[in-house]
Design a protein around this ligand. Structure first.
Ligand code: FAD
Length: 228
């Protein structure tokens, strides 16, 4: 498959292989098959333009999705073995879970609930006039943290301050995209670390990529990062 992501990147693949060892998830043969298949559909020198590769595990259950209340633990609902087309099925599964939870716990709809959720605007998508106005109002909009994805310091700060706010590098990436571009964090990571320290009042060694066990720096690093 050759497709476009919602952010405009080109994505090719995947393969589907039955494996016994999780460590075998990405193989030279698998990558070659992805490249050959994509080139047959849309000829392009993908090797030269590739910025990252992903491996995903498909959960395999009893055949169909397992959507069932626990037999042993009242109030626990199992949603397991949701392999393809689990993504397409997610809205319907969500609706079913809501109905189940409302029934199981006697929940009532909240009249004042507003399901809309607005992200702060992306600077790179605004007109030049609007960018200029924002930078004049707040110079942090003019400090470029991520050059690949064109993300300013203020956007990172807003990703940390929003509710629920980002608490680690991947949280920032999912909200406003720094580290998702061509350099994969090579240039912006030290700056993100610095902003997370400042906004979250953290010591540098407390900052992680995705929670405990993925800390970015160890030991005395105050000379590298001006954190607490
Ligand atoms: C390569 C590939 C292509 C696919 N293509 C399609 C497609 O085209 N269309 C389609 O509909 N579906 C597709 N799927 C399937 C789809 O991605 C899954 O069905 C769907 O993501 C399952 O959703 P889920 O929420 O059940 O599990 P996941 O999306 O796997 O979410 C589980 C989450 O739990 C987290 N987690 C795991 N263990 C722990 C733990 N101990 N503590 C805390 N968190 C934990 C994981 O990090 C993950 O974020 C594809 C899957 C793959 C791998």
């Amino acid at each position: 498959m050759v497709t476009r992501t919602t952010h405009g990147n080109v994505m090719i693949g995947p393969t589907a292989e039955d494996l016994t060892e999780a460590g075998d998830a990405t193989t030279r043969e698998g990558l070659a098959a992805v490249l050959a298949g994509a080139k047959r559909l849309v000829p392009f020198p993908y090797e030269q333009a590739t910025i990252t590769q992903f491996a995903g595990l498909r959960s395999v259950g009893s055949g169909d999705f397992t959507l069932q209340p626990s037999a042993n633990m009242p109030g626990v609902l199992h949603l397991a073995g949701i392999k393809s087309p689990g993504l397409s099925a997610a809205p319907a599964i969500g609706q079913w879970v809501r109905e189940w939870a409302a029934d199981a716990a006697g929940l009532l709809p909240k009249d004042a609930f507003d399901p809309s959720f607005a992200f702060p605007p992306r600077l790179a998508e605004l007109s030049w006039e609007e960018r200029k106005r924002r930078i004049e109002e707040n110079p942090a909009y003019g400090r470029m943290v991520c050059r690949c994805e064109q993300v300013s310091e203020q956007e990172v700060v807003e990703a940390i301050r929003m509710q629920p706010g980002a608490r680690d590098l991947d949280g920032i990436k999912r909200r406003v995209r720094p580290t998702a571009g061509r350099c994969q964090g090579g240039f912006c990571m030290p700056r993100l670390l610095e902003i997370l320290c400042r906004e979250g009042e953290l010591a540098a060694e407390q900052v992680s990529k995705f929670g405990p066990g993925s800390e970015l720096v160890v030991g005395d690093n105050r000379r590298i990062v001006p954190c607490k």
